[in-house]
Design a protein around this ligand. Sequence first.
Ligand code: ARG
Length: 556
Amino acid sequence: MIELIKKNIKRKIEQTYQLDQVIVEEPKRGAADIAIPLFNLAKEWKMNPKLVFDKIKDDVLVDHVKEIEFTNGFLNIYLERKELSEQILHNVFEKQSHYGDQLLEEKSSIVMDYSSPNIAKSFGVGHLRSTMIGNSIQLIYKKLGYQTVAVNHLGDWGTQFGKMIVAYQKWGSKEEVQKNPIAEMQKLYVKFHDEEKNDDSLEQQARDVFKKLEDGDQVYTELWSWFKDESLKEFMQMYDLLNVSFDYFTGESFYNGKMDAVVDELEEKNLLKVDQGATIVDLGDDMPPALIKRSDGATLYITRDIAAILYRYHTYDATKLLYVVGNEQQLHFKQLKKVTDLMGYHFDIEHINFGLVLVDGKKMSTRGGKFKRLEEVIDQAILLAKEAIMSKNPDLKNQDEVAKAVAIGAIIYNDLKNDKHLDVDFDLENMLKFEGQTGPYLQYSSVRIESILRGYDVDLSLVDSNVFMQDHYFEIVKSLAQFPNILHRAKELSSPSVISKYVMSLAQAFNSFYGKERLIVEDQGVLHANLLFARSIQIVINESLRLLGIKSLKEM
Ligand code: ARG
């Protein structure tokens, strides 16, 4: 609504005076509803700002504008509050969780590659970040009407499987792997690297085995497939817990039969070179070459990514391809983009990268055994959440379910609350607090509204909209009106933190509002205005949480 008013004003001035970029903004709290800084116009027209004000003041008098004034070089606009609030709140209340949804005609899709953990290795914290950021961005795109395809590009191919197989055949046992699949596989992998230091031939053995695997050797294929199934079982538990799903689990191995065509195409396009036996694509001076095939003919990570991108582009009619992968793969995605550019495709690729997860200021890694396995960390979070809930609300019925939602919500919010490029501090105790910038605080705010309104239904015909004219109401109404815009910003920046910051300030605003004002009052007009107001806030909080991947609760 307010967005529309801003647009109308902007258009009117731009058209009337043949200008191409007039700033029309919503200043932060306290000031006017809408403001136009006049300095630029003053400069352009060589007149003082007050004269600019006089010149354009009639052009801003569009619908819902109540008053204008000149202050400190700004044209300040105050809006008519009553009808506007009514329209905004009715809109939220009628659409419920669909408030902010957008319909797009687009038939083509956005392909998103996220999570993508590596088989036979533990699900790392980096993969957890990728999963949460990717999931949220996918939900945001969907809400904005895009068709999305969520792909899990499992790391299930490559020389490391040669190593795994060699290690398993030398030192492994079926029973051990079955008992504790990923931990055991990881142990074997580590052992391989330790032994390799004393035995030069191991590396070559692993390469030979992988080459045979690529060529379809039956015994190796069966072993590989078993490793994969066992790993997937564990990964699926993680996805269940996080409530994340994918459209396709097409990992690297999926492209095994599709790489010859890629190599042929590169050849046809005259892009291949042989360098010390290996096949490469030269990418010029600013990047190292892309290694397409080793001298023994085995393919590489980037070869599979080239095959994958062509496949996705054609199969899903993609307009854009997103990859949510840590910073350390920046070069890889630059190379991928460059290779496909040289092939003549010019795909719209976005590498959404992110910072590290830190514990006590140090990089958290689930490898190397310094930290516990991620599942254990999550279990511990659930335990802590349960303790907190039991002390706050001992009679709560579905305590386990709530504890799970609170713990996962805490971890997700902690991860998504800051810009994705920043490092994340992983401190369970802090993230589980019920106050401060935490997931539980947000869930609690929604629960609080639920309990205040329990037993009351909004009757729109009874609402006295005069109530919304008061500053402390209108400020919040305006912020509800911003929600659609927030979604667009989050999408434009590929950053869920736009939503996490917004929902935090909305929840805080409500809580401080509720510190001053009672919602349940005698007067029916005021009561129903309050019910509409508080429900609308709750709707937007819950929907924001959903877009972050956090469950909202009715009780906690
Ligand atoms: N499996 C890779 C890793 O853990 C991430 C894969 C990202 N996706 C891609 N298409 N390369 O490092």
